[in-house]
Ligand binder design. Structure first.
Ligand code: FE
Length: 344
């Protein structure tokens, strides 16, 4: 292809999250979607690796007969079973849908970082399983054997259909809405709802000084996932500005409906895998907690809260401060520059 020098300057007004110009190269400037660059820098500052976290105490506690109850052992294995597939499904969507169809160079740069973080998370689960000597087949195959995990995975996987088709292209109203639906499902539901009862369980261990290494791994993962959620929310809100015609009343009602379905799937999962409750959290608490965070996700993309319930796990707020996610990262991010410590 002969060089055409008159085409060399990239017009910032043609930069779009989807359907923009110049997606064939990652030409960062003129930079339009600064939130993506900031997310990329924050991701680098938050860099961590599973093997940096000591697991010796966890190994002793897991081997001891007097530290963990049967319910606690089952809970740890079940949340690992969920996490292993969830992160790989998220990784596939990031690499095979987001990267392919998002045209903003700075967004694509962050997506490369996000994909690597999903790989680190899968590594963390493998490292916990290996350290504790758990049976790999039991944990990694759980999504086929535990119905409430399967149902959550099947729900999100349905939104890959069509999008993963090599013929799929954005650029029509119908396809743009379909891709926006994919972003909403993977960001608001997968990253923003489906991890959270399992996060709460891992914080439960931590609050009891049990399995602290495993819990610390999950805490790092939660920090990354909060950033993925924030990025996804920024993608959605930017597409709403760039292509407002996509955000119809019907589409908004559809997204609210999907979130309500996801809330039921998530608290059904919590109820089925922790039938006796755990660490003082019972099934009503989980339901209310999931409803509370679903409202926060809805509000962040300009949709009305549906549940209006108080947070029954205020200590989760202290840890991830869900009502102030944006502010949290803006104000605290410099503290992560020092590297491998987990100072929130
Ligand atoms: Fe993620």
């Amino acid at each position: 292809m002969p060089i055409n020098k008159t085409d060399q300057k990239v017009n910032i007004n043609q930069r779009r999250v989807i359907n923009g110009a110049d997606a064939d190269v990652i030409q960062l400037y003129p930079m339009k979607h600064k939130f993506a660059w900031e997310a990329y820098l924050a991701g680098n500052a938050n860099h961590w690796l599973p093997t940096e976290i000591g697991m010796q105490k966890d190994i002793e506690q897991w081997k001891s007969n007097s530290v963990l109850s049967e319910d606690e052992r089952k809970a740890l294995k079940t949340v690992l079973g969920f996490f292993t597939t969830a992160d790989s499904i998220a990784a596939n969507n990031v690499a095979l849908a987001f990267y392919r169809h998002i045209t903003s160079p700075e967004c694509r740069l962050y997506i490369l970082r996000q994909a690597y973080e999903e790989a680190i998370h899968t590594h963390a689960y493998q490292y916990i399983v290996e350290s504790l000597g758990l049976e790999e087949g039991e944990i990694f195959n759980m999504y086929r054997e535990v119905e409430s995990i399967y149902n959550k995975d099947a729900f999100v996987l349905g939104f890959n259909e069509g999008i993963f088709d090599p013929e799929f292209k954005t650029g029509t109203f119908e396809n743009d809405q379909k891709f926006l639906e994919n972003i909403c499902v993977f960001s608001l539901i997968m990253e923003g709802i489906f991890f959270y009862s399992s996060f709460a369980v891992m914080f439960g261990f931590q609050r009891q000084n049990k399995m602290m290494g495993s819990a610390e791994q999950i805490q790092y993962i939660m920090r990354d996932e909060s950033q993925h959620l924030n990025f996804g929310i920024n993608l959605i809100n930017t597409i709403k500005e760039e292509q407002p015609e996509l955000w119809t009343a019907d589409f908004q009602a559809h997204i609210i409906d999907l979130i309500k379905q996801a809330v039921v799937l998530e608290y059904t999962f919590a109820r089925e895998v922790f039938p006796n409750g755990i660490f003082g959290m019972n099934s009503d608490n989980f339901k209310q907690y999931i409803e509370h965070i679903a409202d926060r996700r809805l509000e962040r993309v300009g949709l009305p809260a549906q549940y209006n319930v108080v947070n029954p796990f205020p200590w989760m707020s202290e840890a991830v401060d869900l009502s102030k996610e944006k502010n949290f990262f803006e104000t605290r991010v410099t503290e992560y520059q020092v590297g491998g410590t987990l100072e929130w």
